[in-house]
Design a protein around this ligand. Structure first.
Ligand code: GDP
Ligand code: ADP
Length: 187
């Protein structure tokens, strides 16, 4: 059975978004109740929805998974995932360890779980240069050890410590090549 879902998980600022864009697969855009940051837009970074709407969808069984992170909800609507699993083109999605675990449980054969790891001090420096305030940095790094421990569940762990991006690009090429869609394979 071919892979439909490439899930990236790992600590905050380990480089999940960077690697996701280098993989070059279309993305599943998830929902959040947090406000858009400057430069973010609807349907590109997230679908920015109200907490009430997300809770309602969850109660109706329309969310594959939903977690709360720094006081905001993050969740994956079932329909988005079902469309991808039923289609022929793989997509990537960034989730925390709970969300990644849930997708793996539901779609084991169709999921490639990629863990992204960096040194804690690299993550701290990246968060500082992204301009987060100290309390937010502390909160994000507070789950660093738990996110790293959860990487043992992944199929592949990429060590994205500063200086390693070139090697990761090579691996991204291999992964993309290996994920050739059923459409391409039948050409
Ligand atoms: N479980 C789950 N986690 C998500 C989802 N979307 C994003 N996340 C996680 O939520 C975390 C926080 O996201 P965000 O506030 O955008 O921070 P940033 O990605 O670290 O800039 C991310 O690191 C993701 O791991 C989702 O739909 N479900
Ligand atoms: N290997 C690397 N070396 C140096 N900086 C990196 C590397 N990977 C990512 N970054 C930078 O670190 C920051 C966090 O990366 P990002 O991909 O947004 O992390 P995440 O999605 O895991 O929160 C970004 O500013 C990004 O440009």
């Amino acid at each position: 059975m071919s892979i439909s879902l490439v899930v990236l998980q790992g600590p905050s600022a380990s480089g999940k978004s960077t690697i996701q864009s280098r993989l070059g697969l279309p993305r599943i855009v998830t929902w959040t109740s947090r406000a858009p940051r400057e430069g973010e837009s609807e349907g590109v970074d997230y679908f920015f929805r109200s907490r009430a709407e997300m809770e309602r969808l969850y109660e109706q069984g329309q969310m594959v998974e939903m977690t709360e992170y720094h006081g905001n909800l993050y969740g994956t609507p079932l329909q988005l995932v079902e469309d991808v699993v039923g289609g022929s083109r793989p997509r990537s999605v960034i989730l925390d360890r709970a969300g990644a675990g849930k997708l793996r449980e539901l779609y084991r054969e169709r999921t490639l779980l990629i863990g992204v790891k960096s040194d804690k001090e690299d993550c701290r420096r990246r968060l500082e240069s992204r301009g987060h305030d100290p309390s937010e940095i502390a909160a994000r790094l507070g789950s660093f050890e738990a996110e790293v421990a959860a990487l043992s569940e992944c199929d592949l762990i990429l060590n994205n410590t500063d200086g390693n991006l070139e090697k990761i690009d090579l691996l991204a090429d291999f992964i993309r090549e290996g994920l050739k869609t059923r459409d391409d394979a039948s050409l």
